[in-house]
Design a protein around this ligand. Structure first.
Ligand SMILES: *Cc1c(COP(=O)(O)O)cnc(C)c1O
Length: 354
């Protein structure tokens, strides 16, 4: 399929690189493609960034068939534009689409669309230390019909947003509230899909934690509220007595690309890594006897987010003296090093956009 390109006649002024924040500014263009049962995915095009016009009955507003992705384009020291494992995001779109009864998108074509759009808006990639261009592909249903069934039509859109450094002051730990009541996902549900609804359902616990003075919540499993699942919208890792542990992917956990890369790196470094169930009680016991050495979240936005304090059941676990642990630091330096082209990409994880 050929991507039709319509260049904007009104390029926007670029935002101040010192105040980018996250997801506030958007570039001059967007990618859009439609799906219908008779034509499949068709009419891929890049057009000036603009609002959408949708019928109020549009299915996504009512029944929420919607998924998204998040990834970044990095400007390397030599001025190269790099993506990090973009085919993994496209594969995950298809896994999410499948769970939401939405049609798959050709992975290579999706990567081509990402590359073409980023290349066109490359002047929007910020240059300041730690900044990047955030890529937000998303898919949603568009039938203007209130009947409860999977839509027959969809849109796939990609928008781009220059974003500031996640750690303007350098990597540092956050405090986390272990959520006792609300859950994010259950096995058999939609937790493994990057579905918009998973986020809608998680906001309440997030705002409760924020009111209590915590940055994020630690989610427990939906059945027993016992086993650890994720931290906010990140996967979670613990180092207990030298062993790095992360919960297994059993349907309720989002299979993070950062998670996969972290497991790979740790194994590559000869460390002991286990994907296994870990209960909040086991974690607390390990803490009490001084064996909980590190805790951190992983995800595209922060890459590595060290956990300095966990609040559970009125007890506070202060981890590694509220400082970034050695493993968290090494993972952060290695992953961002590869992403920004400061380190040699031994594993073929980066894709240069030429
Ligand atoms: C996106 C996301 C992650 C992290 O995935 P990455 O591919 O590493 O960015 C983890 N948990 C949830 C719930 C997510 O939505």
């Amino acid at each position: 399929m050929k991507i039709n390109i319509e260049i904007t006649k009104n390029p926007k002024p670029k935002p101040d690189q010192k105040n980018l924040g996250f997801g506030k500014y958007f570039t001059d263009h967007m990618f859009i493609m439609d799906y219908s049962e008779s034509k499949g995915w068709h009419d891929p095009r890049i057009i000036p960034y603009q609002p959408l016009s949708l019928d109020p009955a549009t299915s996504v507003f009512h029944y929420g068939q919607a998924i998204f992705e998040g990834m970044k384009a990095y400007l390397s020291v030599e001025g190269k534009i790099l993506l990090f494992r973009p085919e993994k995001n496209m594969e995950r779109i298809n896994s999410s689409n499948d769970r939401m009864s939405m049609p798959p998108i050709d992975v290579d074509f999706g990567v081509e669309a990402l590359k073409t759009l980023v290349k066109l808006d490359k002047d929007w990639i910020p240059t300041a230390e730690g900044t990047s261009l955030y890529l937000r592909p998303f898919v949603f249903s568009t039938d203007p019909l209130l009947g409860v069934r999977a839509s027959n039509t969809y849109k796939f859109i990609i928008i781009l947003s220059p974003v500031g450094a996640y750690y303007p002051q350098g990597i540092s730990p956050v405090n986390i509230y272990v959520e006792p009541e609300y859950v994010r996902a259950v096995r058999g549900g939609t937790g493994y899909a990057k579905a918009a609804g998973n986020y809608a359902g998680s906001m309440k616990a997030q705002s409760i934690a924020a009111k209590k003075g915590y940055v994020q919540v630690l989610w427990l499993d939906g059945v027993e509220r016992k086993y650890i699942e994720e931290v906010g919208a990140m996967n979670v890792f613990f180092k207990i007595k030298g062993e790095v542990v992360t919960p297994p992917l059993e349907g309720s956990i989002l299979p993070g690309i950062t998670r996969e890369s972290v497991i790979f790196l740790l194994k590559h470094w000869g460390m002991k890594v286990s994907e296994r169930k870990i209960s909040i009680h086991e974690l607390h016991e390990a803490y009490k006897v001084g064996e909980l050495e590190e805790a951190f979240g992983t995800g595209t936005a922060a890459v590595i987010s060290p956990i300095g304090e966990l609040s559970w059941n009125n007890s506070r676990m202060v981890i590694n003296n509220n400082m970034t642990g050695e493993i968290a630091h090494k993972l952060y330096d290695t992953l961002t090093g590869i992403q920004y082209g400061r380190l040699k990409d031994e594993f073929g994880w980066t894709l240069e956009i030429k």
